[in-house]
Design a protein around this ligand. Structure first.
Ligand SMILES: [Zn+2]
Length: 106
């Protein structure tokens, strides 16, 4: 199984599919299915019916999950989509940007 290098609140770049080239923030990760929800990416329209009086019915846009293999982490330091390596720092697993060598600490 591929190791998931992406964590919640990371910024990622979409590297394939309809939204190729878009960047967004990781809102949710589904480890079991290797998918993630990215802000503003893979938007689908859903029809919504008002069930309560103060709800609006109509068409809503919302994010649907995308395969993590279609995503690449954007390094917060150099702002480039980058592969990462892993290192240990003070007993924690830390990701390191392969482009600029900075540790990506979260
Ligand atoms: Zn970097």
């Amino acid at each position: 199984m591929e190791k998931i290098n992406i964590r919640k609140d990371d910024t990622v770049l979409v590297i394939s599919g309809n939204d190729k080239g878009k960047k967004g923030k990781v809102l949710r990760i589904f480890r079991k299915t290797n998918k993630a929800i990215i802000e503003g990416v893979n938007m689908v329209k859903k029809h919504k019916k008002a069930r309560k009086q103060n709800e609006q019915s109509g068409i809503m846009s919302m994010e649907s999950p995308i395969n993590i293999s279609n995503l690449m982490l954007v390094c917060p330091k150099c702002n480039e989509a980058s592969r990462v390596s892993h290192t240990q720092y003070e007993g924690r697993g830390i990701r390191v940007c392969k482009k600029c060598g900075e540790m990506i600490v979260r």
